[in-house]
Design a protein around this ligand. Sequence first.
Ligand SMILES: [Zn+2]
Length: 280
Amino acid sequence: MLRDRLQSVIPPSRAFILWRLFHNKIPTDENLGKRGSCIVSICHFCLKQSESSEHIFFRCCVTFSLWDWLKKGMNRQLDLSNCCNLILGTSRIGSKLAQQLMTFAIVHVLWIIWIERNKRYFHGIQANIGTLINRVMSEVRLSFDLVLARGISSMTDFHITHLIHVPLRPPRTVVTTDIFWIHPEMACIKITVDGSSYGSPSISTIGVVFRDWQAGFLGCFVQNLGHATSLETKFSALMFPIEKVVEQNLSVVWLESDSLMVVNAFNTNGDAGVPWRMRV
Ligand SMILES: [Zn+2]
């Protein structure tokens, strides 16, 4: 469950620090000591305690300010007993969007703590908590582009998006539109066409329906086009029935398409708007 949760939203470079933390493989003074290194241990954040993974990530009074910022911003408690509980705790909040943003924020806080620890440890450079918070927000905003989920109108979603300064992305409003079929003139055959492409280019299909002037069903067909762009599909949706019209010697037809670009291309002399692969 935890692996699924992380795989979907966490970049591999950030997931690696989590993996090391889960398995207690972070090279802190405590872990180096267990491997036989004889070093004087001190937390480079608070300079009061010896350094261990648990201390610098979850117990240190300095790094705790980052969790405090997240807790107050979210207006909820975080389970800081261990890394696993901390991540899994996000599955109980708000919408999918809020859960993913919260997971991003937690992972980036852990990652920023470790990066900052190394800067202090090896280079003697230190940033203040405000700068670290800004880095976390910046990283989460970058990752936000990977989030496809949409939020809901809840205070939890409002708090987390407001905290990170990202748009809420409310769910799409469902709009119902009445569509009326218009009768053609007497003896005219109306041909309604449409084409759909799964990507651009990708698997594409067209569908065509033939009806007489009284809306009587005359026939229909669908055809798989293989790989095509959306525009090529729309053009094909109109060209295939035209071939049928010629084949059946039909003289008066009304072609109906929802693509303005295709309609304009047919109403214009020359190849304007026609994909080059379809030009004769
Ligand atoms: Zn400390």
